[in-house]
Design a protein around this ligand. Sequence first.
Ligand code: GLN
Ligand code: ZN
Length: 774
Amino acid sequence: MTTQSAAAAVRATVYGYPRQGPNRELKKAIEGYWKGRVSAEALRDTARELRRANRSQLAEAGITEVPTGDFSYYDHVLDTTLMVGAIPARHRAAVEADALDGYFAMARGTQDVAPLEMTKWFDTNYHYLVPELGPGTVFTADSTRQVAELQEALSSGHAARPVLVGPVTYLLLAKPAPGVAADFEPLTLLDRLLPVYAQVLADLRAAGAEWVQLDEPALVQDRTPAELNAAARTYRELGALTERPKLLVASYFDRLGEALPVLAKAPVEGLALDFTGPAAANLADLAAVGGLPGKRLVAGVVDGRNIWINDHQKSLTTLATLLGLADRVDVAASCSLLHVPLDADAERDIDPQIRRWLAFARQKTTEITTLARGLARGTDTIAAELAANRADLASRAASPLTHDPAVRARTAAITDADARRSLPHPARAAAQRTRLGLPPLPTTTIGSFPQTDELRVARADLRAGRIDTAGYEERIEAEIREVLAFQEKTGVDVLVHGEPERNDMVQYFAEQLTGYLATQHGWVQSYGTRYVRPPVLAGDISRPEPMTVRWTAYAQAQTSKPVKGMLTGPVTMLAWSFVRDDQPLAETARQVGLALRDEVHDLEAAGTPVIQVDEPALRETLPLRAAGHADYLAWATESFRLTTGGVRPDTQIHTHMCYAEFGDIVQAIDDLDADVISLEAARSHMQVARELAAHGYPREAGPGVWDIHSPRVPSVDGAAALLREGLAAIGAERLWVNPDCGLKTRGWPETRASLENLVAAARRVRAEVTPTDG
Ligand code: GLN
Ligand code: ZN
C-alpha cells in the first residue's frame, strides 16, 4: 500500500509517557524527599531509573524515536518556566539557595511564599503551574536539564527527540504576575522569549538532537489574527536560525483550524497533528491547504487520552490518505500518553475479555508500532494484529455490557417533558417556601465535612476485613450525628449529612452504577504528586439500587431541620471518568442522567425536601473551540434536567459549581433550571454574583463567602462585607449564604470557627435587610 521510499522512513513515536512508574515510585520518592526521608541524591536516582525504564519499554515496543524532556518532578510547564528563567521574584532566593527545593517552592509554596497558581491543562484533568510574567520579565536560557536528558537517551543508544512547550503556547498559558496590570498580555514578550528558545535549540543541536519537538496545543483554540501572526513570526524566526535541529511543531486536543495554513507555510521541517475525535477534521483541512510538501507529518491516529483500543482499520485508512499529503508520515498517539494509565495488563480484577478492549500507555505504544509496521511494509505484515483488533472491537460492540436493551429503550423514550420541571420557578419557589419555612439569607454548606483520620481508618478497616459492614456503618452514623449536632448548634438552616461514606464524589457513585468499571492501578497524574484513578464508563449505565438514600434518610431522621441530599451530576460523572468512544457523549450523559434521576426519585420518596446535584465540572469540559460550545451545553444541561426534572414543585433542587470562571456560561447555568445554585466566589469578591445579575439570572443563588481552599478562618466582618456585595447583585429574597465548596479538605477547628462566623455574618446582614416592626 505504500511506496518503498515512504516505507523506509516510517517511524513510530510518542510525545510523552506516564512519569510515575508502575508503582508510583516517583510520587513516593518525591513525597519522601519532602518529608526528609529520601535524599536529593536518591530522588535523582529514582527519577533516572524511571526514565531509563520508560525508554527501554518504548524501545522494546518498537518505538523508533523516544521523547526526552517529557519527564518532570512536578510539571512540564514549570520546567519550561525554569528553562526560560522566568522565576518570579518571590521564589528567586529559594531557587538560588537550592535548585530542587526552589523548584518545589514554586510548585507548592512555603511558609512565607505563595506557590504559582495551578490550572487545568486545556480540557484534560492534568493541572499545570501558571507562568507569571510582566513587562519587567527578563528571560534567560537554561537548557541544562533538557540537554542532560537528551544525552541520557542518546548514550543508551536511542534515537531521541527532545519535547518542549512551544514559545507561543508558553506565553498564551501565562498570566500577568502579581502587581502587573490585569490587561497585560504575556504574548507581547515574544521578541524577548525567542532568543532564549534559539539558545536552547542550539544547545540541543550541539548535544546531538537531530529533531526537537515544540508543542503548541494553544493553537488548536480559537485564536485572534494577532495571535496567529505571532505564531507565524515565531516559526519564521526559529526556522531562520542556522544552528538548530530540525523542528517538529506539534498540536493536539483539537483541529489546528486557522493555524494550519500558518504552520504549513512556516520554514519548519515537520508538523504533528491530531487525527482523533473532533481533530479528525485536520485530515480534510490538510488536503485543503495542499498537504505538507517537503515536510514530515507525525500523525496522531491513536487516541492519547482515552483508554480504549484503537480501530486499526480506521487508522490505516487515515494514514493511507496522509501518505499522499506529506513527504514522510510517522505514526504517533494524538497527544502525550501522560493522560492515560501505564499498563492495562496490570488490571487483574477486570474480566480478561473486557481487558482486551483496554489500551493504556503501554498497549498504545504497541498499537502505534503495529500501525507503523503496516504502513511501512504493507498491511499483510500485520494481518494477525488486524484480525485480533477486529475481533476485540467486535466483542466490545456485541457485548451485553455495552448494549443493555432496557437502558437503550429508556433513553430512546425520553421526551421534552422528562427534562422539565412541572411548574415554572416562581410557583415552585412559593411551594418550597411554605414547605421549608427558611429565613431570608438561609445558610447551608456544600456537602462534605472534614474527612477525619477516623473515617479513613474506618474505610481501611472495612477493606481489610477488620470490621464488618455493620461496624463500618455504625461509625459512619456516629459521624453523621456529630456533623448534624454541630450544624444545629451553630444555627445552620439547611443541613447536610457530611458525606463521610464517600471516598470521592465520582468514584462513590461509579462503584454503585452498573456499566462502570473500576481500575486497580489506573493512576493518572492530576498535578504534582497527586494521582487519580478515574473510573471507566464502559457500558450502558443503570442504577440497580439506591446509592445515597440510606444515609440521607438516616440524617433526616435525626433532626427537624431540612437535610439536603447530595449527588454528583451527570456532566461531572463524565468529566472525571474515562468516557466511551463508541457512542456520542450526549448518549452516555443521558444514561447517567436517568440513573441519577432514579436516585433523586428515591430521595424524594424518602422525604428529602432539598436535593443538590453537583456539577463542578460543567465549565471545564466545554469544548476548546467556540464552534463546539452550543452542542455541548445543550446535552450537558439536558442531562442535568433529566436528573432533576421529575421532582415535585416543593422539592428544592440545588446545584453547585466551583474551580472555574463561570461568566461565559451563565446562560447554561440558567438553563439548568435549578432552584438554588451555590458557586465559588470568595476569592473573586463575588464577581460571579455580578455576572449572574448582569444576565438577569432569575433564581436563588449562594455565591461563596468562605474561601475553603485556604486554612484562613473568614471573619464575621469579612463574610458580612461579601454578603452585602452579594445583596447588591442578587436581592435578599434570593440570596443564600454558604462556603465556596465542600469542607472535606479542611480540619475541624477551622471548620467550626468558620461556620460559626458565617452564620453570625448571615444573622447580621439578615437583620439589616429585615425591617423589625415597632
Ligand atoms: N458536595 C461536594 C462536597 O461538598 C462537592 C465537591 C465539589 O464541588 N468538588 O464535597
Ligand atoms: Zn465545589
